[in-house]
Write a protein that binds this ligand. Structure first.
Ligand SMILES: [Mn+2]
Length: 323
């Protein structure tokens, strides 16, 4: 595997060369896509179509509640055999949506997570970027690529969401240098109009979380959700898990918060968050990973969950002692 890390001047050259080399390109991203996954995927497709002629480009994976940004293609298995796969916003094989990417000729990963890849032929990684879409911004700049109105909207949507609407501390001047996307016609109103619409059931579930979360002795906020909760509120496990974790964010005196959600198969999805002190080592200890301040893992039992909560509480205790 060729590993291309941040700082390399040729960072996106290999990717551009490979795009030129192939006629058919399939673009994948992680399961349960967020807007950075979808925005970078659809953005990459739009960029290839505007800048490289005669390419057939397909976007693959499941559609979900973010499909207002764009929908996926349906293709035959045969398409993959001679194709180049570009995999975005994910580096681990298991989490790639539509596993047919495995039968492509070559696989390139572009990802801003702090993970290694178990399948990439070329791995372009930059954990300092706030979003995979921000890596696309750099690629556009370095290679002076043409950007359509559509590409600009896709890429901006990923920047907005992975930065928490430009709220998270990893937001930099570079993040705002993507303002050129507005000059390219990015439809900011379309993005925000869709982002700020919530489902009735989502809002009700939010209320449930706000009223019912618990705290450890050192003020780690947490929720333990049985698999029935999603049925009660008629939402997905993902909504209960990832969608609700930040209902415990932004509360004075709570620096760490976590959301534990039982799935239909009985394992427990753990979403761990911290205001400023890294907690990713806890996620890793239990077989997971992610970002320093936003990470997760899958637990096999509620006893494991209690151990995770204890570990988080120990960190919270240290934060308190250090003032
Ligand atoms: Mn991302």
């Amino acid at each position: 595997m060729a590993l291309i890390r941040k700082g390399s001047v040729v960072m996106y050259d290999r990717l551009i060369d490979k795009i030129k080399e192939y006629e058919t390109i399939v673009i994948h991203r992680h399961i349960q896509p967020d807007l950075d996954a979808l925005g970078s995927q659809l953005g990459m497709k739009a960029l290839i179509e505007s800048n490289f002629s005669d390419k057939t480009v397909h976007v693959l994976g499941e559609n979900n509640e973010f499909s207002w940004i764009g929908t996926m293609d349906e293709v035959d298995d045969a398409v993959f055999n001679d194709a180049l796969a570009i995999v975005l916003d994910v580096a681990g094989k298991e989490r790639v949506s539509d596993q047919r990417f495995l039968s492509t000729k070559e696989k390139i990963v572009v990802d801003h997570h702090r993970n290694d890849s178990d399948f990439a032929d070329i791995f372009i990684g930059d954990p300092e970027k706030i979003a995979t879409c921000e890596m696309l911004v750099e690629m556009i700049e370095k290679h002076d690529l043409k950007v359509s109105k559509e590409a600009a909207t896709y890429i901006l949507s990923g920047l907005i969401t992975d930065s928490g609407r430009f709220l998270y501390p990893q937001t930099t001047a570079y993040t705002f240098s993507a303002s050129f996307l507005m000059r390219k016609g990015a439809d900011l109103q379309y993005i925000y109009n869709n982002l700020y619409q919530v489902d009735y059931n989502f809002q009700r579930l939010k209320g449930y979380f706000i009223h019912n979360f618990k705290q450890t002795p050192n003020n780690v906020a947490y929720m333990k959700n049985s698999s029935h909760l999603k049925d009660e509120y008629d939402v997905t496990t993902f909504t209960v898990s990832r969608g609700m974790v930040n209902q415990m964010a932004g509360i004075k005196g709570i620096d760490i918060w976590a959301n534990f959600t039982e799935t239909d198969t009985g394992d427990i999805q753990c979403e761990l968050r911290s205001k400023s002190v890294p907690i990713v080592d806890i996620a890793k200890k239990y077989g997971g990973g992610g970002h320093d301040l936003a990470c997760g893992c899958t637990a096999q039992s509620w006893e494991d969950v209690d151990n995770i909560i204890e570990d988080l509480d120990a960190i919270a205790e240290r934060i308190k002692q250090n003032g």
